[in-house]
Write a new protein. Structure first.
Length: 95
């Protein structure tokens, strides 16, 4: 997911049209490293992530802010589940 998010970051940074965001909504069906994480807490985090994706998708301005909100949703979930990737996820933020 990181490489796809980084590609999306490049679109936002360069002001190019965003495309292919629908695939990010597949988080509900993504294969988790630890399948036991599935449950109400994970579902709540993934729902918040999907909302952030939809807000970014519908954005015609302030896309940096909305992209960073999406990254924050990644960080929120990874603070609870599988914290290892957080250092790498932080690289996605646009300053």
């Amino acid at each position: 997911m990181f490489s796809e998010s980084d590609s999306l970051k490049q679109l936002v940074v360069t002001g190019k049209p965003l495309s292919g965001l629908k695939r990010f909504e597949d988080i509900h069906t993504a294969i988790a490293t630890d399948p036991t994480v599935r449950g109400p807490v994970f579902d709540a985090f993934s729902a918040a992530y999907i909302i952030a994706i939809k807000e970014l998708e519908s954005s015609d301005s302030a896309s940096v802010l909305k992209f960073n909100n999406m990254v924050t949703q990644c960080m929120n979930c990874h603070s609870e589940f599988c914290p290892g990737p957080r250092k790498k996820i932080k690289q996605l933020y646009i300053n």
